[in-house]
Design a protein around this ligand. Structure first.
Ligand code: SF4
Ligand code: SF4
Length: 97
């Protein structure tokens, strides 16, 4: 399942997509994130039947992703290497913008 966390407004779509089929909850992505956007939880809010831990974007971060991720994704820079994406050994993380 692709879990999309974020928002859309007049300036664009700002979502982090986490592929929960690939994510094994290892937590490696949490460490390099400078804005504490990512967290690993024992219960998947999108899939109550899942028994393994999974990465999510916390509630307080979802409405400000554009700003929280700005230091990794500065405006005008195309395809920067994102610490979270680079760190994930499963290739489970994508960003919409
Ligand atoms: S782009 Fe940067 S701030 Fe945003 S989730 Fe990834 S590592 Fe964290
Ligand atoms: S590094 Fe990848 S596999 Fe590990 S918790 Fe983060 S998203 Fe999931």
């Amino acid at each position: 399942m692709i879990a999309n966390y974020g928002y859309k407004d007049g300036s664009g779509d700002f979502f982090i997509a986490l592929d929960t089929d690939k994510c094994d909850g290892c937590g490696i992505c949490v460490l390099p994130c400078p804005s504490n956007v990512l967290a690993v939880v024992d219960e998947d809010p999108n899939d109550p039947m899942r028994e393994e831990p999974v990465a999510i974007v916390g509630d307080e971060q979802r409405q400000k992703l554009k700003y929280a991720c700005a230091q990794c994704k500065p405006a005008g820079v195309d395809n920067p290497k994102l610490p979270c994406v680079e760190a994930c050994p499963q290739g489970a993380i994508a960003h919409s913008w």
